[in-house]
Design a protein around this ligand. Structure first.
Ligand code: NDP
Ligand code: 8X3
Length: 250
């Protein structure tokens, strides 16, 4: 039975992936900062598979290292790492953007992904096997106005994903990135700092992707035969043709 560690499992894409993996009998290490949600998820998913939770902030280097070190012996062998935790803070021009928001996005989306990966890679190298799925974004392929630092963080994920594949090529470790367009999750609520009306409006007038759509794709990617590695996968809702071109019904 495989074991997967999923960051950002308390909501959206990570939560949907945890639910799908559990139903496919993958053992789970679920991560996030919101302990209550982790506990609820563990209770629900334990009917399907073995689950443990780790509460830590991916952007805090020491917390990440201590959390991974604290894994019980029977959960130390991680087969699949889903680097999903991330978010956007604000949507503003470079001249108006908040430096605290920039720090948060770079610390979480880029450095957080690196800290978690760094903590898990030694064991994957030792077992000469592993799978790392990095959740990027179409914002990491194409910039849009006001997206500046969020886009930069996802361009970095795209570059790190490609570099990881080169560096880990000798160790039978598969590395894949999935880059979604607009997915209806808590993402926009976080970006707009709790302004639910503004967040809802992002997904109004068209059918956005759902977290379960991305979970299905992640599961497809990790369940290919060993010799198959889907390197880079971009997925838009049908109504979205580019970062900013969205066909909306009035
Ligand atoms: P959600 O806001 O629904 O989920 C984000 C998850 O990340 C939560 O579980 C949250 O958990 C976790 N997280 C955020 N910050 C931290 C942190 N500092 N430390 C640990 N965990 C953290 O958004 P999505 O599901 O949409 O986002 C998941 C990923 O998908 C992100 O990387 C996002 O950039 C990417 N993405 C999203 C798209 C979208 O349109 N929604 C499109 C393309 C990519 P907690 O708060 O409990 O820590
Ligand atoms: C999230 C998608 O278009 O809001 O990565 O940047 S977008």
């Amino acid at each position: 039975m495989k074991t997967a560690l999923i960051t950002g499992a308390t909501s959206g894409i990570g939560k949907a992936t945890a639910e799908l993996f559990a139903k496919n009998k993958i053992r789970l290490i679920l991560c996030g900062r919101r302990g209550k949600r982790l506990a609820q998820l563990k209770e629900f998913l334990s009917d399907f598979t073995e689950v443990i939770t780790l509460k830590f902030d991916v952007s805090k280097r020491k917390e990440v290292a201590e959390a991974i070190q604290s894994l019980p012996e029977n959960f130390k062998k991680i087969d699949i790492l889903i680097n999903n935790a991330g978010n956007a803070h604000g949507l503003a021009t470079i001249q108006d953007g908040e430096i605290d928001d920039w720090d948060a996005m770079l610390d979480i989306n880029v450095k957080g992904l690196l800290y978690v990966t760094k903590a898990i890679i030694p064991q994957m190298i030792a077992q000469n096997d592993g799978f790392i799925v990095n959740i990027g974004s179409t914002a990491g392929k194409e910039v849009y106005k006001n997206g500046n630092v969020y886009c930069a963080s996802k361009f970095a994920v795209n570059a790190i994903n490609k570099s990881m594949r080169l560096d880990l090529n000798d160790y039978n470790i598969r590395v894949s990135a999935i880059h979604p367009g607009l997915v209806e999750t808590e993402f926009s609520e976080v970006r707009f700092k709790g302004d639910t009306e503004r967040a809802k409006n992002v997904y109004a007038g068209f059918k956005p992707l759902q977290a379960t759509d991305i979970a299905d794709i992640i599961h497809f990617v990790i369940s290919r035969p060993y010799h198959v590695n889907i390197e880079d996968l971009v997925v838009f809702p049908t109504a979205q043709a580019s970062a900013t071109m969205i066909h909306k019904e009035n």
